[in-house]
Write a protein that binds this ligand. Structure first.
Ligand SMILES: [Zn+2]
Length: 91
């Protein structure tokens, strides 16, 4: 069992993800908390999770994509812009 300082609950070890950088080999937070904390960090550092994914996958920001669509550099119906709209529903 391991204490999660975020939700302040003691949970079984398999509720925690693996993390080599932690001495315990497990993430500091339980899985649900860890994914929330990761998302919050991305929002803080990148503006939004969508922005983070854009930068990660395509090296562009949301603003740049908006401009590309406005300038019709990319089609609003392209696979690229369709994949963007699916990300907005996951956050
Ligand atoms: Zn937790």
């Amino acid at each position: 069992m391991k204490y999660c300082p975020r939700c302040k609950e003691i949970k079984p070890l398999d509720e925690f993800g693996r993390n080599r950088s932690e001495r315990s080999g497990l993430t500091a937070y339980c899985r649900p908390c860890h994914s929330i904390a990761t998302r919050e960090t991305r929002r803080r550092n990148h503006g939004s999770e969508r922005n983070y994914l854009l930068k990660l996958r395509y090296g562009v920001t949301e603003d740049e994509v908006e401009r590309m669509i406005a300038e019709q550099a990319v089609s609003a119906s392209s696979a690229f812009t369709r994949s963007l709209s699916t990300w907005t529903t996951t956050t």
